[in-house]
Design a binder for this molecule. Sequence first.
Ligand code: ADP
Ligand code: ASP
Ligand code: MG
Length: 441
Amino acid sequence: MLVYKFGGTSVGSAERMMQVSDIIVGGDQKIVVLSAVSGTTNSLVTICDAYYANDKTLADKLVEDFRPKYDKHIFELLHEEASRKEANALMEEKYALLKSYNVDSFSELEEREIHAQGELISTKLMQLYLQEKGVNSALIPALDFMRTENGEPLYPEIENRLTKILQENSDIDLFITQGYICTNEFEQVDNLKRGGSDYTASIIGACAGAKEVQIWTDIDGMHNNDPRFVENTKAVECLTYDEAAELAYFGAKILHPLTVLPAKRKSIPVRLKNTMVPEAFGTVIGPQCDHTLPVKSIAAKNDIVAIKIKSSRMLMAYGFLKNVFQIFEDHQTPIDMITTSEVAVSLTVDKTDALPQIIKDLEKFGKVEVDHDHSIVCVVGQSLIEDTTVVSRVVNAIENLSVRMISYGGSANNISILVPTKNKNEALNLLHNALYNETLV
Ligand code: ADP
Ligand code: ASP
Ligand code: MG
């Protein structure tokens, strides 16, 4: 069994869906996870914002905005009268549903129902296309097996349900399902957070005992820097699970931050591939990567808040950090970076809902300073620490930037630097030049 996942751009037009079909039809038995057509989830989020803002007229207009795009998509993808009729009826049903909510009572559950519609649409359109082509495939609803509890996948339950579905359809070679969406412990529609289809694929891979999970997207693998901000980046051939997890967590958008975890638990390789250039090698993520590059890639994560707690009570004392950490634990707020001196500790968070309360609690221990609008720039490579030139190159490269924190040595495979977000692009480019010159590559 193989699990393939195609992102929004990969299913973003009729032509792209046809390309996907060329990639998935034939060969090993597969479960194919699809995202919503590109732009759809963003629009669904905007529709919810309109409901929350009591603006039903805007919500209705935004729903109508889907029409030309999907009309074209269906017209170009499907050619038989019966399948076009079915697709158009599906869309009418979705438009009616999206317009059916009440601004006065709009709830989080309804919001999640709306967010789920993109994947329900894209998978149905793909299945209709495969049917038209006479492919022996089945659409298996993710809501029937993808179960979470407190936001975490419930692996045994997912495995049981999925195994049963696969057994009942043992004559089928190709299964299509929705990424991103799930049901929670209250049997309500929920999701795995934005970009979560990658995570769905990895969870399914782990539960179905897949040989490999392939994430098909619009770029030929994990690049050695963020291609949105740096020119001349190139694909990295392989990454360890830990390197990939670190890069995804620290902002490499190509992977949802949690994607690697389920695959790693079962030692399943994750391959990143380009739908538009299927022959490109891509990136393989696995337990090992015998590659001599000390630095594999550089990523950056925005919306970071730095908090400094300064207290003379820290001097020669023990237990101070424990008290500080306890406050973050009490407010269920993870800490990303930390640096300390004898009289102060600085740390960063990206979850800010409890920030006012955290600050209030920290003020019992000392003077608290808070800096918003920062980014963590993260240099990742499993053997980075063994090459002593790396850290000096990093520090020299950013000498003219106002660096707020640096973390080195916490793990063997990463150097993290906190800079104001306005300096992020510059930092990524300076590090790119300093780390990928001829002596290192
Ligand atoms: P999909 O819709 O297929 O899930 P995403 O937009 O979520 O695709 O992820 C692919 C995008 O990730 C690329 O187009 C690229 O702009 C961005 N990206 C950010 N960092 C990296 C990186 N290090 N390597 C490759 N792509 C990256
Ligand atoms: N459609 C969802 C999103 O746009 C999930 C995904 O694409 O992975 O976030
Ligand atoms: Mg994505």
